[in-house]
Design a protein around this ligand. Structure first.
Ligand SMILES: [Zn+2]
Length: 93
């Protein structure tokens, strides 16, 4: 039997049960990675997230931290205009 693993959102600390493995950091509702490129922050969402296959620009003011991010934090930031979808992003591109 698979050992139970959890994925924890770096921003709000919410725990989510993992659906894949400890290495992938993907769980239902928590399958987004936030990374920094130069001065800019981006998030990439994967299977398990409501934002699957989407990329977002993350504004520093959002308070979002690098690493694992949950859907709740991402949708909150979006509703405040502190995260913006990169509509030109092609996941498979
Ligand atoms: Zn969160």
């Amino acid at each position: 039997m698979k050992k139970e693993e959890k994925v924890i959102c770096e921003t709000c600390g919410n725990e989510n049960k993992e659906i894949f493995s400890a290495e992938t950091n993907q769980a239902y509702g928590t399958a987004t990675d936030v990374i920094k490129v130069g001065k800019n922050m981006y998030s990439y969402s994967h299977y398990g997230s409501n934002f699957d296959l989407m990329k977002h620009f993350i504004y520093k003011k959002s308070g979002i931290k690098l690493g694992v991010l949950c859907d709740k934090c991402l949708s909150e930031a979006k509703s405040k205009g502190l995260a913006k979808e990169d509509v030109k992003f092609n996941y498979f591109g």
